[in-house]
Structure formats: C-alpha cells, structure tokens
Design a protein around this ligand. Structure first.
Ligand code: PMP
Length: 421
C-alpha cells in the first residue's frame, strides 16, 4: 500500500478518506521501510497541514504576548487567541465562551477541578464517586484530594464487557456524594458511558458532575452543555490539535464561585502586597502567559473537524471498528475486550492474543510499520479488574482505512506464527 492509498473498501464511509489523508503529511512517512499504519490515535492523533500551517503562520506573522501590549503584534496575537476560544467553543456546542478555560490538557483540567473545587470544599466523610474504568488522570488527582481532605473515594464497577454497573448508582449516590467524576469514553476499552443519564442522577443527588472528555471530544459529536454536567475536560492533541493545549468547560455559576487554581499574571484584577482580587472567568483560571500558538492550532483543528462533520467522523469510525472487529474475530486465540454491542463503544479495539505479551505484539507490529499501543493504558486498576496485566490496543481516527485494518490483521497473523501458534 502506498502512502495515502486506500484499498478496495469493505467499509462504507461518509468521509473521502483518500483526500483527507493528503492533509496529513506524516502519513507519507515510512517506518522500517513500510508505509506507516498509525493506529495509536487514543494516545495522540496526527495533525493536518491546516493545523501545522496555522501554528507556523502565527509564529511567522502574529507572535507576541497577549492582553498586554499596546502594539500591533500584541493586538493581532490577542485577536487570534480570543477568536480561537470561540472557534473551539463552537465545535463543542459551548455558547458562553467565558465557560471555556484553557488548560494544558485533560489532566490539568481535571486537576483544576480537584484542587480549586475539591480541595477547598470537601470535608471528612464526604464522598467522591469514580469508576474502575478511569484513566489515572481522573483517579490520582482525587486520591490526592481525598488524602488531604479526609473525603472517601467510592467506585462504580464494570460488567464482563467493561460497561459501568449502573445498578450500583442508587446505592452509591447518597447525601455524602459531593463529586461524581467519570470518563465519557474509556481510553482502554472504548466503552461509551451513558453520561447524560448518570449526570441527571448525580445532580439529583446534589453532587457535582465532572466528565473526562479526553476520548469523547475527538470522536463523538458532543454538545458539551447539554450533557447536564458541571465540568468537561478535554485535550487538543487527541483531536488533531497540538500538544500542550486543552480545556475545561465549567458551568458559569460554578466557575464563578470557585477560588483560583494558579496565581500569577493575567488572572488578577488588582494586586496589593497582602491580597488580590481576581479577573472574571475564564481569565481567573489562566495564570501566566498562555499557550497562544497552541490555542490557534487547536482552533484550526476545531475548524477542520467541524468542516468534515462530527457525525461523519463518528460514522466513519463506527464502520471501521465494525470491520476491525469482524476481521480480528478471524484470528484464533484473539480475545476482544470491551462492549460487544458496537453502538456502545468508540474507535478503540483492545485485545489480547493467546499468551503473547502485548509489548511483544506491539514490537513485532512496529517492525511492519503498524503502530499500536500495548500496556496498561494508564488504567492499572482497570487491568486488575479485567485480570490482565496489559492489553494491545488499536485505536482509529478519521484518516484510517480498511486497508490499514487489513495490515493490522495480517501482521497479527504473522506474529502468531512467529510464536508458534
Ligand atoms: N483521560 C483519558 C480517558 C485519556 O485517554 C487521557 C489521555 N490518554 C487523559 C485523560 C489524559 O489526557 P492528557 O494526557 O492529554 O492530559
């Protein structure tokens, strides 16, 4: 297969993937002499020319610090930075742009809530409800907060398909529950959680609802405010944007009532030696010189995804996952993890193959130019629940093709042969 080429497609997609692949320069790279088959999109996605160009253009033409200078370049940078917030907000259905706080990514967004809300408000005996599916980013910050405040962590469990045991909710949600923080989509299994339903129950119980959207913002046509949550965290690099930029959407009244997270320049209104007053949201949570080029790059990514159509991206991924699951089932001794009903999962396919260590599998596949992820996927407690040390994970995005699924399956057959199966 040549770079950019698409084999006879057993997958019906609303996207013109051949054309889309032309936008991604890195897909023309070779690895070990073979065209790259990039199936590690849940870890980070590749960037289209439009995003790369926007960042280069920013540094070549508009670069300066924002909100400070009274000169032309600072004004241009400020305009681009402010417009970027609107463009990213528009993609996510956020109409009040003050509710979108820039962060370094989902991890920092979740820490912001844990520290600025949790650390200040939780008391001994209060409860934080998480699930065993959570990425370490939505687990460790809450552990830190619980250790310092005396709050207690509770956990929703999963069934044998990696779906949340929703029947536990009625028992777990009590007047002690102050925060419910759950992933929208599992990065390890692809499970899509019924967040709207859970958010409604959490709110009815008087708890704050936090959504880890790191794996939903890139893949699902999410209208963030309508999820019924209080917070939604996401990362730019998982949705065709640059690294080092992401965001936290928070309900205006909740953000306004919160103390700042970091202190420094730009987040203040007035500073005295002993105390300060703070800027209105979102600036209150954005101390220091922001990642202006990152915001501009992420806005270009938002325009790109919006241009392709969020529903079309989802339909493409669903078709590809259905094809991948069908082909992977042909491989003897391959065990697929996650929901069997494909409408309950996103573009992630996690599996084990006989007793071949997933790291060995990933290394053999890499020799063939196929990039997958192997390991615990930053979900060690989940691996323990599933009774596996690690899994192999192929994760798809808008530029992947059925030919790449075939390349994955062929490479897995060869790996099996190498191990004498
Ligand atoms: N949550 C989930 C579900 C994720 O998949 C990831 C990234 N693997 C994160 C949080 C953390 O994102 P980041 O490392 O970009 O902050």
């Amino acid at each position: 297969m040549t770079a950019g080429a698409v084999a006879a497609a057993p997958v019906t997609s609303p996207l013109d993937v051949e054309r889309i692949r032309e936008d991604f320069p890195i897909l023309r790279e070779t690895v070990n002499g073979r065209p790259i088959v990039y199936l590690d999109n849940a870890a980070s996605t590749q960037k289209p020319r439009q995003v790369i160009d926007a960042i280069v253009r920013h540094y070549e033409r508009d670069n300066a610090n924002v909100h400070r200078g009274i000169h032309e370049l600072s004004n241009r940078a400020t305009d681009a930075y402010d417009a970027a917030r609107q463009r990213v907000a528009a993609l996510l259905g956020i109409t009040d742009t003050a509710e979108l706080v820039w962060t370094r990514g989902a991890t920092e967004a979740l820490n912001l809530v844990a520290y600025a809300w949790g650390m200040n408000r939780l008391r001994p005996g209060d409860e934080i409800l998480l699930s065993v599916l959570e990425h370490h980013s939505n687990l460790v910050p809450w552990q830190l907060v619980a250790q310092r405040t005396g709050a207690r962590l509770r956990f929703l469990e999963i069934d044998d398909q990696g779906r949340l045991e929703l029947s536990m909710l009625d028992d777990l949600l009590t007047e002690r529950t102050k925060i419910v923080s759950l992933t929208h989509v599992s990065n390890a299994l692809g499970t899509v959680n019924p967040i709207r339903e859970i958010a409604a129950k959490a709110k009815a119980a008087g708890a704050l609802m936090v959504v880890d959207g790191a794996q939903s913002a890139p893949h699902l046509p999410v209208d963030v405010p309508s999820l019924g949550a209080d917070f939604y965290a996401f990362s730019g690099h998982k949705m065709c944007g640059p690294t080092g930029i992401g965001g936290l959407w928070g309900r205006r009244d909740v953000l306004e009532a919160m103390a700042p997270f970091h202190g420094g320049g730009d987040m203040i209104e007035w500073v005295e030696l002993e105390s300060s007053t703070y800027a209105p949201i979102p600036a209150k949570f954005e101390a220091g010189t922001p990642n202006v080029a990152g915001a501009v790059g992420l806005a270009a990514a938002a325009d790109y995804l919006g241009g392709l159509g969020r529903d079309a991206i989802l339909a493409h991924e669903r078709a590809l996952v259905a094809y991948a699951v069908q082909r992977l089932r042909e491989i003897p001794d391959l065990q697929l993890l996650g929901p069997r009903d494909l409408s309950e999962r996103s573009g992630v396919v996690s599996f084990t193959l006989a007793d071949i260590h997933p790291h060995d599998l990933a290394t053999i596949l890499d020799n063939e130019g196929v990039a997958i992820r192997a390991g615990h996927h930053c979900t060690q407690p989940l691996m323990k629940c599933l009774g596996v040390g690690s899994t192999a994970r192929a994760s798809f995005y808008l530029y992947n093709t059925s030919a790449e699924v075939d390349a994955l399956v062929d490479a897995l057959h060869r790996a099996r042969g190498l191990f004498g199966y």
